[in-house]
Every structure is written in structure tokens, then in C-alpha cells.
Design a protein around this ligand. Sequence first.
Ligand SMILES: CC(C)(COP(=O)(O)OP(=O)(O)OC[C@H]1O[C@@H](n2cnc3c(N)ncnc32)[C@H](O)[C@@H]1OP(=O)(O)O)[C@@H](O)C(=O)NCCC(=O)NCCS
Length: 207
Amino acid sequence: MGLHRAPHGLRARLSPPRRSDPALLSQTIDLIPLDAVDPVLVEALLDRAFPPGRQARTAYRVRGSVAPVASLCFAALAGDGTLAGSIQCWPTTLTDAQGSRWPMIMIGPVAVAPERQRDGIGRRLFLHMLATAERQGLDRAMMLIGDPEYYGRFFGFSAERTARWELPGPVERHRLLARGPDVPDRAGMLGPGDPGFTAQASIPTSN
Ligand SMILES: CC(C)(COP(=O)(O)OP(=O)(O)OC[C@H]1O[C@@H](n2cnc3c(N)ncnc32)[C@H](O)[C@@H]1OP(=O)(O)O)[C@@H](O)C(=O)NCCC(=O)NCCS
């Protein structure tokens, strides 16, 4: 497995530390842009955090083949350079029956290496992403598919406005969550967003 040197000299390695390692919990965690990490290592982390077949999930169909919102994608690196977690965000759009498009940011996957879960890394990644989105004006309409017990409890996501959304695959309705004042509470089909999503693009547009 190749190594990738991040711009500031940190290195991400695939080999995870053992849970019995007493240094594990005391290690500092650095959050860095995800594009500084070898994508092969990120995919390997996702393979370890999720059950097999993750690429068939509806969330992957929603995002399509559009590039991620790079400014909202982060990696968590442990002090020894190990990749401990990652978060990715994608442009997505709800298109209603009139053809109006409602841009949103789709969050996910969020993943923490199994041996490091429940140590606050997921929350740090998510809160860092949210603070960055707020600074960039990208936090007004965000959505994800995930456990309300986690994303509601810690980050204020809810299914209140998502009941009439259609998706290109199966979804458990209570796990279709959103957050932000511009989340569209209307019927429509969810799909890939426009490349180069910007704050200005969060204003609904008509075809
Ligand atoms: C979900 C995940 C990102 C959370 O990150 P984490 O670093 O393990 O969690 P944190 O340390 O930030 O938060 C821990 C708290 O969240 C709770 N929690 C974690 N995952 C949860 C879930 N799926 N549902 C409900 N609560 C959850 C824990 O019980 C813990 O609560 P406590 O402090 O009261 O004990 C991580 O566990 C993970 O990668 N899981 C596998 C992949 C996945 O399911 N990703 C999310 C879907 S995109």
C-alpha cells in the first residue's frame, strides 16, 4: 500500500493501531482536507467501517458521479499518521414537479475506524464540517441518510421536512434527515446536484 504525504508533512497509513495500544486514546487527532489523503486509504477505511455492499446504498445513487464539495470533506489523522476517520459532502438537488431545483449539501459517508469509534472523532469531524459550511454559507440546506439517534441528538437533523421526497432507491423514511432554513418541505425527486456548488447556488432555480 502506498503512502501519501499530506501538504504539511503528515502521513496517512492503512495499518490501524491495536485497541490494546495504551497510546491509542491519548493520541491527538488532526483534521485535514480529505484531498490530502490517498483515496485508496479512504476507500479502505470505508470498507472497514461499513458492511459489504456499501456502494449499492441509495445515498450513492443520490450523489451520482458529480464531484464532492471538496471544501467540506475532511480526514481525521491520528498522531502516528493513521487515518482514523473521514467525512464527505456532495452537491445534491431536489427537483419538484414544476422543474424548480432546490440545491442541498448531502453529507456522508461519515466513518471512523472501528477501533477508534465512540471516542469523539465522529463528532469532531462533523462539527468541523458544519462550522466550515457555516463560514462558507453552505449550511442552509443539508441532508443525509443516517441514524436519527446520532444525527438528531448531536447535530439537530430531523425527518420533519423530508416526508415527500422521492429517492432513486429504497430508504427508511425516519433515516432521511435534513437541517437548515432552506431545506425544501415539498414533493420532489432527489438527485445529483450541480458541479461547483457554491453559496449562491443555494437559491432555488427554475428550469
Ligand atoms: C457513526 C460514527 C461515524 C460515529 O462516530 P464515533 O466517533 O464512533 O462517535 P462519537 O464518539 O462522535 O459519538 C459517540 C456517541 O454517539 C453514539 N452513537 C454512535 N453511533 C451511533 C448510532 N449509529 N446511533 C446512535 N448513537 C450512536 C454513541 O453511543 C455515543 O454516545 P454516548 O456518548 O452517549 O455513549 C462511527 O461510529 C462509524 O463510523 N460507524 C460506522 C459507519 C457508519 O454507520 N457511519 C454513519 C452513517 S453515514
